[in-house]
Design a protein around this ligand. Sequence first.
Ligand SMILES: Nc1nc2c(ncn2[C@@H]2O[C@H](COP(=O)(O)OP(=O)(O)OP(=O)(O)O)[C@@H](O)[C@H]2O)c(=O)[nH]1
Ligand SMILES: [Mg+2]
Length: 632
Amino acid sequence: MRVIGTAGHVDHGKSTLVAALTGTHPDRLKEEQAREMTIELGFGWMTLPNGQEIGIVDVPGHRDFIENMLSGIGGIDAALLVIAADEGVMPQTKEHLAILDLLQIPAGIIVVTKTDLASDPAWIDLVETDIRTATNGTVLDDAPIVRVSAKTKAGLDSLVSNIQSLLQRKPARPDLNRPRLPIDRVFTMSGFGTVVTGTLLDGQLALGDEVEILPSGQKGRIRGLQTHKKKEQRALPGSRTAVNISGVETETIQRGEVLVYLSQYQPTRRIDAHFRLLKDVSSLLKHNSEVKFFVGASETMANLRLLGKEEIIPGEEGWIQLELRNPVVAVRGDRYILRRPSPGETLGGGAIVDHQPKRRHKRFDENVLRSLESMAQGAPADILLEAALALNIASIKEAVARSRLETINAEAALKELLDTGLLMPLEEGTPTTTSDVLILALPHWNALHEKVLQTVDAYHKSYPLRRGIPREELKSRLKLNTRPFNALITNYLSRNILKDFNNFVAKPEHEIRFDSNEQAKIQTLMQRFEQNPTSPPSVKDLQEEVGEELLNALIELNELITVSSDVIFRKQDYDLMVDRIRQEIQQKERITLSEVRDLFSTSRKYAQALLEHMDRIGITTRDGDYRKLRKQ
Ligand SMILES: Nc1nc2c(ncn2[C@@H]2O[C@H](COP(=O)(O)OP(=O)(O)OP(=O)(O)O)[C@@H](O)[C@H]2O)c(=O)[nH]1
Ligand SMILES: [Mg+2]
């Protein structure tokens, strides 16, 4: 699932563009409609030409509402920076762009809209030159520029195909098995109760699960889940998600709180971070400033302590420690924004380096600065996990080599990742940093697991009369090499997720079941065997009579025994004949083909097929015209 968001100066046409894309105007409040201005976040969704549904967050452009914009922009996969052709780059174009850059939004498109108001294309060329100057060196440096008019609909198709190809190129949000939903809206729905919405990150939510709202710590249960107004059993990471919670009152939940599973996250009141002060802010940043801190959908006042410096001048970077007035839920790596409370101004932002520093740091301690430096590089476990993610299925040795970690760090990282289940060994064996054991990072494991179950299920649906899917076929559908495939199947068999017969695997609950029509066919077929047990109809006849699938099912179930490509007997007739031949040879030491033929009053064809079959499976051996029992 994907979510994109708008950005740009007030009145430049963001909401009108969203309305043109989705068919629904995102401004819902009376006040918004009266003032023709977005105040709160707006939401919509659309289906791309490839069938993928995406959510859209529409933000206000007015400078007074920039904090509302911040609460919705956090989890988006791509931004549409909307610029009106008649006005060009304006103050909040720049401010929103700076915010997208500080948050390191993964992708973006620059939309020059209202082109119907700028009749001279040369003017739009000038506007674009201006835009390129503004976006130079930011996350939108090489973003495509698309010219549209939401009024005449010109250029909208091109915008949509740009959105599609942009999202196709960017990986989906990972599933880290620890969902968090930064809440950007809370409301009561009559008949249902409390509903919270947000862009889901880092994991899935499932109906019925127990959840917690942090930092307040209230517990409840998921009564309903919706994505794009459709009911779901499960919400996927990266999707706009509405959660109906039982057990928590609407009034007790604040926007900015986070919905999580129990004991997976903890609120924090102190944060270490890397910070960049924007280059066109009005003044330098001093130690001990009061600032407003924004992360996820939350905001709080904070006291800022500068580490290793007396001040940061515009355009410069540094280390900071924030003491938060109210607790927030955030983790290392999250991007944040700082604003000056009054007069309101976006100062800058960066990445959280430690979300739970143990102490108030001494400001000029070389050790503290060095440790922040190395934490910013990433903890060894994160680095190893990234390496495993990049490799997909690989040996531990390969993942460690790719991570370039020193042995001692790699050992600790490996242990941590195996203990927390973020790395899954696919094979038995001691998982040391030098071992050949194949591993898989949890998100890939989850994806592979879904795919295995789906593939086997789909096969059972398509071929209900088969015992299972051939191993080779499953392997090729999963696009796996032999070793990882075998490891995976062995693992599944040992955990009873699949069962196997020779070269087939199946879901444990799968059984061949015949409907009444099939049962009638089987009965008729068996009567034909009954009439001539030792000279039954040919395989071709049987196939014509009941169809290949049904015939194969009876063979699978051992009701029929294939003796040659053309001869099939009923199990009971086959058993009798084999026993009889065995007895005859025991008495007379040997038997000829014509004796067998006469013994069962059948033809040479059947006698020969049966004897050759018995040779093949090791009961008899041929000696000239005779068959003898094979010596044990
Ligand atoms: N002619 C013309 N007018 C447009 C176009 N797009 C938007 N407008 C008009 O521009 C005005 C502002 O549009 P909105 O979509 O509300 O702008 P916005 O960017 O959402 O504004 P805020 O949310 O307040 O920041 C409205 O009167 C729209 O009708 C367009 O493509 N052509
Ligand atoms: Mg708007």
